[in-house]
Write a protein that binds this ligand. Structure first.
Ligand code: FAD
Length: 540
């Protein structure tokens, strides 16, 4: 069938009507495609119009109200593989494929029968049989009496775009599955700190940590590396196997071995097509492997060492006290002998004076021997010290008495704390005195509910620590007295020498810090300690 010049009159009529009054909802691109044809009734000559429609890059067809094809353009021929002569007079269903569900056609026809524009996707098949995905717009064209005169169809092939989208979504699914099943925390964080990607392990942390996990990882890593992570990332350096500690839920710390990889940023703006990518626009791919279990094992061994160290210290302290007491006690008879010698010098009893001198010599010899065996107090080296870790050690050392007293420990430590330079054993001993006091106070209280709260935070170059209990508290008149040596205000003082707070204060002061008592916390006692980050101790 050859499309005659006369038939083009019908086609021009269809388009003219369409442009005079495009149905509501006609997409702009459809109108624009015919724009050259002219608007407002000032149309191009028919020949020129036909050339324009002919040359349009989109497949165009014009049908009668029953979808019988009146005209198709060259793009239609190229896309469908049908020559014009093969389809003019046939129904548009010549392109129909069994893969399009019947409901889609029903929806198409219901819409256009109501004189509305339909836009959707169909599976079409080409002349040779192979299928493609058509994005189709069908616009009704009305006659002056309001009846549908024609339908205008425009479609293009979106198979490639669909295939690409499918591949992309498949790859994303694969990546998501691989990431979600990975036994480590994975997160991608942009330069401005926005979380771009997270896996299941990361999401799980969100539910139990008080802050966004990415922020906690960044804080801990920046402290560890001593550098801004965005700079590390922009310099393309990355990092591997950085072990960090984050205070987890319920007071149990978690340890992670972290690696970071720089991911170059991208700019999808058309204006950036000819520009080289900005090196600073990058993101950080964070991979954090939890190593808490192995840390826990190391920690167990460390705790055993601390326990035996503390036991040894205790023994040395006891020996020092016993020997000092013996030296002190021996001093009295020696002084008496000395007085007796000076008295016997005035009498005639020379033999008595000789015996006394002998007794004095052997007494002084015995004192000297005792002084020589007095064990030396240990000198401890400075080290990088994490206060959260020390407090944890103390809680572990005090587990039995805490359980025995039925104390609920409310752990409110800062998730990430900077380290300070100090003597860990000395500071641990100081905290132990304070925690032991809190337990003793709770044991002496009538409260059914016994609580000890521990808080830490970094503030203005200092670490602030608060140890609180809801025991009987300390009377305001006593808040300075309790630091005096040998002061003991316990109801059951047995086994207490009244030296704990004195020693704790001395150890804190040695670190350039301070200790204060708030005597009215929850009706109990709150001890504030501050320790400077920068300043080391001044004295032994
Ligand atoms: P059909 O029996 O033709 O139709 C299936 C269902 O569509 C019917 O059950 C009925 O609910 C509805 N229907 C069909 N004809 C009418 C009608 N005249 N009035 C009311 N409801 C009706 N189809 C494609 O597959 N690919 C295309 O590219 C395509 N382009 C089109 C362009 C235009 C301008 C128009 C008007 C239609 C186009 N169609 C196209 C739709 C096509 O006409 C067929 O409806 C469709 O191909 C289904 O054909 P079929 O033989 O499988 O089923």
């Amino acid at each position: 069938m050859t499309q005659s010049q006369a038939d083009y009159g019908e086609v021009i009529d269809a388009i003219s009507r369409f442009l005079t009054s495009p149905p509501e909802g006609t997409p702009n691109e459809v109108i624009e495609a015919f724009d050259l044809f002219g608007g407002g009734g000032d149309f191009l000559p028919p020949k020129l119009f036909l050339e324009t429609v002919e040359q349009a890059p989109v497949a165009i067809s014009i049908t009668d109200p029953k979808a019988r094809i009146l005209y198709v353009n060259s793009a239609f021929e190229r896309l469908t593989g049908y020559a014009r002569d093969q389809v003019v007079g046939a129904n548009q269903s010549v392109l129909s494929s069994k893969s399009t569900p019947k409901e889609v056609y029903q929806e198409l026809w219901t819409t256009i029968a109501e004189r509305r524009v339909w836009r959707g996707t169909l599976v079409n098949h080409r002349h040779g049989g192979n299928e493609y995905l058509a994005e189709l717009t069908v616009s009704p064209v009305l006659a002056p009496n309001g009846e549908i005169a024609y339908f205008l169809g425009m479609h293009h092939d979106i198979s490639e775009m669909h295939a690409m989208q499918q591949r992309l979504s498949f790859q994303k699914k694969l990546t998501d599955i691989a990431l979600d099943d990975a036994p480590m925390v994975v997160a991608m964080i942009s330069g401005d700190g926005t979380l771009l990607l997270e896996n299941r392990r990361y999401t799980a942390l969100k539910k139990v940590w008080p802050e966004e996990p990415a922020q906690l990882f960044i804080q801990a890593l920046e402290r560890q590396l001593g550098q801004n992570l965005h700079d590390v990332c922009a310099l393309d350096e990355g990092f591997t196997n950085q072990e960090i500690r984050i205070e987890g839920e319920a007071g149990s710390p978690r340890w992670y071995s972290c690696s970071g990889v720089r991911i170059a940023g991208f700019d999808d703006a058309a204006s950036s097509y000819f520009q080289s990518p900005d090196a600073r626009r990058c993101s950080l791919l964070l991979i954090a492997n939890e190593v808490t279990a192995s840390r826990e094992r190391i920690n167990q061994a460390r705790m055993n060492m601390i326990r035996s160290n503390m036991a040894e210290q205790q023994m040395v302290q006891t020996m020092r006290e016993a020997l000092s007491a013996s030296i002190f006690k021996m001093q009295a008879p020696i002084n008496i002998i000395r007085a007796a010698i000076s008295m016997s010098a005035t009498s005639d009893n020379a033999s008595m004076a000789g015996v006394l001198r002998q007794a004095l010599e052997s007494g002084e010899e015995a004192m000297e021997t005792l002084r020589n065996v007095l064990p030396e107090a240990r000198i401890e080296q400075h080290a990088n010290t994490n206060i959260n870790e020390l407090l944890h050690d103390v809680l572990r050392l005090s587990t039995d008495p805490l359980l025995a007293a039925g104390v609920v420990v409310d752990w409110r430590a800062a998730p990430v704390l900077p380290t300070l330079t100090g003597r860990p054993n000395a500071l641990r001993a100081a905290f132990k005195y304070l925690v032991d006091n809190a337990i003793q106070a709770l044991n002496e209280s009538d409260n059914d509910y016994r609580e000890m709260r521990l808080e830490t935070r970094a503030e203005g170059g200092e670490i602030e620590i608060a140890i609180m209990d809801n025991g009987p508290g300390i009377a305001e008149a006593d808040i300075f007295k309790v630091f005096e040596p040998f002061y003991c205000g316990w109801q059951q003082p047995r086994g207490h020498a009244g030296m704990g707070l004195t020693l704790a204060q001395e150890l804190i002061n040695d670190h350039g810090g301070g200790i204060e008592i708030d005597c009215d916390f929850m009706g109990g006692c709150r001890i504030f300690i501050c320790l400077p980050l920068e300043r080391g101790e001044e004295t032994g």
